[in-house]
Design a protein. Structure first.
Length: 107
């Protein structure tokens, strides 16, 4: 198969049933080195002392920048369709937002 035939067919992606269910994350930690970006997606639950990492994605810097562009484009599309995404007014401190208060969880 030559390159033109491959382009006409498009990219085929397999999504298995276990991956199709996804993994809920409400917290992300991003770190990097000179050669890679590491995205840890975690789930914080009320009353539990620590977040549990549910998935880790390791990207080359070029792919991280492509991901950033794709997210920006999709957020713009989302906001055109559904309205602005509201962010907390206070943006001081770390660039992350815990989904729950820092106090003890209640049942």
């Amino acid at each position: 198969m030559n390159e033109n035939e491959q382009k006409q067919q498009g990219l085929q992606i397999e999504l298995t049933p276990d991956k199709a269910q996804g993994e809920y994350a409400n917290f992300a930690i991003i770190t990097h080195s000179s050669s890679e970006f590491i995205l840890d997606f975690a789930r914080m639950l009320p009353g539990l002392p620590k977040a549990q990492v549910r998935s880790r994605v390791i990207l080359a810097p070029e792919h991280a920048k492509r991901l950033l562009g794709a997210l920006q484009e999709n957020i713009m599309r989302y906001e055109r369709q559904f309205g602005p995404i509201k962010m907390p007014e206070s943006q001081q401190g770390p660039r992350t937002i815990a989904p729950f208060g820092s106090g003890k969880g209640e049942a």
